[in-house]
Design a protein around this ligand. Structure first.
Ligand code: GLY
Length: 580
């Protein structure tokens, strides 16, 4: 695998240059849990903690923990609540991934990624000229995969939860029925993205727009009666209400009337799957993350394995050398992503090779601390037209030390923007994560290969990366982020900032981020890096571009004495880390 690329690039790079940056004994500072002198301070609690993008959802999770529910119970309550309070990404009509590490050290992953309906076909998103048609894969009724969230939460509840599902859905029912006060994030997103998607669909307009034709604004009350009814059906009848009952009928009718493909049989056949997480080691820590159909776990471990060959701590946070090495490692990983990754139930993903230390070493030897390898010399590709930052992540730790990381989504803001009939449920546009035309970039600029071509009942490739890091056998860091293709590098930086640069979890979260995804050949940076550093990176051959903020991490770190340290991302408004 990747042999041609490795051989070609290896012949371009002088080994001596590589060793300028490499060292066998890294000089990482001790881990910080937050001291007075630090610039940013984590939230501190003793018994349980939840970090999510929405204060009401965080509170729903904390209440479950206080009532004696475990971290899985609390995560399910947060997930259901976000479907009401954060319709930009929280959902019943989407899908995602849950990573669990129990207090006893058992790590497992629940895959509730959406699935292509049976009538889906390889070229369904091509126009008459044979070009990928983003409108079809993003905003039409064809854009939705069969939703997985309700099945995923039910599986997690059955296998790892302790409280009845109905109790965990109850806060969401209350929030939908009594209404929520629209916060700044929702008001802004309704204003900007609502007019692109929601307003064109009468069912969606009826939910998110007032009689005067304006979207709900900050401070106004949003009541979602239809969604409350759907939630109540799931609470009383279980997931069958969604996959075989009244809600299934509503979704199938919506599709049939509008040229969509999802039928009742597709919904009845949907299954959430428990999978073995991708695991690796980094400077003595164990790293667990999401396996395919997410690319996240494989590439986080692949990049960390490459970085282990360099003394990042000595180079220093924000130094041109550390950023150069990380960017070059990211390029190699994203090139591999385009070629090898897809739904493991359909294609053979060479995850062992991609996450091996030997392969990482061969890639590390191609990295020149002083000179960027142009992406065109790795593989050709095209530019991204537009990028979305949606999706949402939440992290939970309970008093026993069970940890849960969930990333789930509708894909772009409000998904396809289509509410299915009278269900009150927004449907995803996750079909865009397939390679509509292998070799052509999707909305995140990610180029996919044949491995990720559309096929009936296949799950599209994802970047979502709920991640848990353990130290001395105990869970140490629980993290994850939205951000499309930038999820992998955002989570990576949480790990590297904490381990290599000794930052406390709030500092690791606040630190400016950067991202390279191989194609386009662009080192995307947030504001906050020194102009001198950026100049040095340009001199090394990086094409630096300062662009808007990346990600919204929601993270919890556990100190040696069991104290919980959490941080929500300042890049989001209205998010909250809380506990008791
Ligand atoms: N829809 C974004 C992802 O799954 O990575």
């Amino acid at each position: 695998m990747g042999q041609g690329r490795v051989t070609l690039a290896a012949s371009l790079i002088a080994g001596l240059i590589f060793w300028q940056g490499a060292t066998a004994a890294p000089t990482a500072p001790p881990i910080s849990y937050g001291v007075d002198a630090d610039t940013f301070h984590p939230v501190k609690e003793q018994h349980g903690m939840v970090a999510s993008v929405d204060a009401l959802a965080t509170q729903a999770g904390v209440d479950v923990l206080k009532r004696g529910g475990n971290a899985v119970d609390a995560a399910i309550a947060v997930g259901y609540a976000l479907a009401v309070t954060h319709p930009q990404a929280g959902n019943l009509g989407g899908g995602g991934f849950m990573l669990i590490r129990t207090a006893s050290g058992h790590a497992t992953a629940i895959d509730f990624r959406e699935m292509a309906p049976i009538k889906a076909s390889r070229d369904m998103f091509l126009d008459a000229q044979g070009n990928a048609d983003g409108k079809k894969s993003l905003t039409s009724h064809l854009a939705s995969g069969v939703p997985g969230t309700v099945a995923g939460f039910a599986l997690a509840n059955k296998e790892y939860g302790t409280l009845p599902l109905a109790q965990l859905i109850a806060p969401a029912i209350r929030l939908a029925e009594k209404g929520i006060v629209v916060n700044e994030a929702l008001a802004d997103d309704l204003k900007v993205y609502g007019k692109e998607v929601l307003i064109t669909h009468p069912n969606s307009k009826a939910v998110f727009y007032k009689a005067d034709g304006q979207p709900y604004a900050r401070g106004e009350k949003l009541v979602q009666h239809n969604l409350a009814r759907s939630l109540r059906l799931i609470a009383t009848q279980g997931p069958d209400a969604f996959y075989k009952g009244e809600i299934a009928s509503e979704i199938a009718a919506e599709m049939a009337a509008n040229g969509g493909l999802i039928g009742k049989a597709d919904l009845a056949n949907y299954k959430a799957v428990e999978r073995k997480p991708i695991s690796g080691t980094y400077r003595g820590y164990e790293v667990f993350s999401m396996p395919p159909p997410s690319s996240g776990g494989i590439h986080i471990v692949e990049i960390l394995n490459i970085l282990e060959n360099f003394d990042l701590a000595k180079m220093g946070f924000g130094s041109a050398d550390a950023m150069q090495v990380m960017a070059e490692a990211e390029k190699h990983a994203y090139a591999d992503r385009s070629e090898y990754l897809g739904d493991p139930d359909f294609v053979k993903v060479p995850w062992q090779a991609l996450t091996s230390k030997a392969y990482a070493k061969s890639l590390a030897q191609q990295i020149d601390v002083n000179k960027a390898l142009p992406s065109t010399e790795i593989k050709p590709g095209k530019l991204a037209p537009y990028e979305s930052n949606q999706t949402t992540h939440f992290s939970v730790v309970d008093k026993q030390g069970n940890a849960v990381a969930v990333t789930y989504t509708l894909n772009t803001y409000f998904g396809s923007g289509i509410v299915a009939g009278k269900s009150g449920i927004l449907l995803n546009n996750e079909m865009d994560d397939f390679s509509a035309k292998p070799g052509t970039p999707n909305i995140y600029g990610l180029v996919g290969g044949e491995a990720n071509a559309v096929q009936p009942y296949k799950r599209p490739l994802s970047s979502m990366s709920p991640t848990i890091v353990a130290k001395d056998g105990k869970t140490w860091l629980v993290t994850g982020s939205p951000g499309g293709s930038r999820i992998i590098t955002t989570v990576l930086q949480m790990v590297v900032n904490s381990i290599d640069f000794g930052m406390n979890v709030a500092e690791a979260t606040n630190a400016p981020r950067f991202h390279h995804q191989w194609l386009p050949d662009q080192l995307r940076v947030e504001k906050g890096f020194s102009p001198d550093t950026l100049k040095l990176l340009e001199a090394k051959g990086q094409h630096v571009k300062v662009l808007p903020a990346m990600g919204s991490t929601q993270s919890i770190m556990i100190g040696p004495d069991g104290t919980l340290y959490g941080a929500s991302d300042p890049r989001s408004v209205d998010d909250l880390t809380a506990g008791y």
